[in-house]
Design a protein around this ligand. Sequence first.
Ligand SMILES: [Zn+2]
Length: 350
Amino acid sequence: MNIQNTIGLEVKKELRRCSKCIMPETAKGLRFDGNGLCQLCKDYKEFIPRGEQELRKEIEEYLNGKVAYNCIVPVSGGRDSAYALYYAKEILGLRPLAVHNDNDFETEVANKNLEVMTKSLNVPLIRVSPKKHITKKIVVEKFKMNAHFGAGLVVDQTCEACEYGFHSAAYNIARKEGIKIILWGDSLDESTVPFHKLFSHHVPTKWERLVSPGILSLFKYKNYFNKMQKECGSDSPNGLKAIHLYDYIRWDQRIIVETIQKELGWSVPENSRTWRVDCSLVPLVNHLTEKAYGVSKLEIGFSSMIRSGKMDRDDALRQVENVKNNTDVDKLKTFLKEMNISQSVINRVL
Ligand SMILES: [Zn+2]
């Protein structure tokens, strides 16, 4: 940020950050105390996982029987779900099926990892592809209908179709195969939820939607989403056992990455050890979060990890700086243009 000094010259002012995590002073809704400690660090309560024994108790009644598969692990190609697949098979002794929802935004790295890790574990990979690239269509129409209300609404709702696709794919394949357990590899440690509880953007009313220039996209979105629901089925686990692995075992990035590299052949480019590489929307979402909330998604995630003692503050700062220096806004604009989003809509948000 720029400030005027006493002789009128503009000098660059260092961005102030929380003295414990790396949340910047620009983060919307975040308060700091007199010692420069942010509210999230002040309110932080350590999460204690319930333990492997508890997890074994949860699954034991489903282990008997001569079925070929007794567990579904949804996999994105990213590290946390790769480790969940490894853990299901090698530690818990389950017989998993890996399920991936094709969301039209997989990166090459994700596709390669999906192949390599399932092959090395000898686990079948089922890829569910909703017809006619409907996920992408939903993302595009959602972007257009929300753009008029700012970057906050756009970024909050970008992942909706993919999340729906993953849940419906996992639960409906489980039902079809008579499988009861779904082991999710999502983690609280990088969660942005505590921050988003502090500040939220205005959600437009029905009336505001109806008179907005994005009205046509709203109708298209509703039409596509209905089609997706009909094709993919319910996204509810009703009657199934949905387990979140990292509620039970400690999420530890170092152990996770080391294990999946060594045991599964999972890998990412050298400069992106901790940066999510499974979805090509990640750089856009990260940048839009910064526009809308004054802090990038990466900074929020890293701050959570520092708070729980799983990341070094200096390392986080280095990586954030690295990603900032490599964020090419023109490239993001081109990416959106290639999805047939008009320049005026892009300019509203970026
Ligand atoms: Zn903090």
